[in-house]
Design a protein around this ligand. Structure first.
Ligand SMILES: C[S@@+](CC[C@H](N)C(=O)[O-])C[C@H]1O[C@@H](n2cnc3c(N)ncnc32)[C@H](O)[C@@H]1O
Length: 204
């Protein structure tokens, strides 16, 4: 296990540094994270499966990485999954797996590569928070949905230490611009005793 990568990831804030870190980590990422019992993708996929009946509706898996999140969505029955990530090396690993319809390399801080409403759901599993994308990505993703569109995401304990993370959810739900359908804490990386909360939000 490469503790080095976990430590570096959780300390990193700058998106270009984060992208280089994942480029470096890509070849051993699956092995390292599975060794810690990575549990969030299955929990998140089961949540979406409960609330989105038509499993053929398209999903955009942002920060798809090597495809562990997409694999869980596929396992839960979803058939039309596109993925995007800022790390070319993580995408190269994802390409080796038969999960995604399309895979896109995303520019750091660029607008979403699709029109609002193109997807019934967007997933950001293990993506928002220290070591990955900034909290502001949440707002960008909400704007990528249309009424009825769903945002499935997780925040680990480190992400939740930042009060702004809950604030961003309340900004949408308190005024009725979105409804919180589901929020549940559970195991994230049991091997390092870390939990995450899985959220499902529907845009109004
Ligand atoms: C912890 S990994 C999670 C990967 C995958 N979703 C999973 O569950 O295994 C975080 C991923 O987010 C990507 N990432 C970081 N910042 C991003 C951003 N601003 N936009 C899209 N992807 C980003 C990283 O390159 C990395 O592949």
């Amino acid at each position: 296990m490469t503790q080095h990568f976990f430590d570096k990831a959780y300390a990193a804030r700058d998106t270009n540094v984060i992208r280089s870190l994942y480029d470096e980590w890509a070849s051993s990422y699956d092995e390292d994270i599975k060794a810690q019992g990575y549990a969030t993708p299955d929990r998140a996929a089961a949540t979406l499966a409960e609330f989105l009946d038509d499993k053929e509706q398209p999903i955009f898996d942002i920060g798809c990485g090597t495809g562990l999140s997409g694999a869980a969505l596929k396992q839960a029955g979803f058939t039309t999954i596109d993925g995007g990530d800022v790390s070319a090396a993580m995408l190269e690993q994802a390409r080796k797996k038969d999960i995604y319809r399309n895979l896109l390399e995303l520019e750091v801080d660029a607008p979403l590569p699709f029109a609002a409403g193109a997807y019934a759901a967007i997933s950001a599993i293990g993506v928002i928070g220290p070591g990955a994308a900034p909290i502001s990505l949440f707002d960008t993703l909400m704007h990528g949905l249309e009424k009825g569109g769903k945002l499935l995401f997780s925040l680990n304990e480190k992400a939740l230490e930042d009060r702004g993370a809950l604030g961003m959810i309340h900004e949408w739900t308190d005024c009725g611009a979105a409804i919180l359908l589901f929020a549940e804490e559970g195991p994230h990386l049991p091997g390092i005793d870390m939990k995450s909360t899985v959220y499902l939000i529907e845009k109004n």
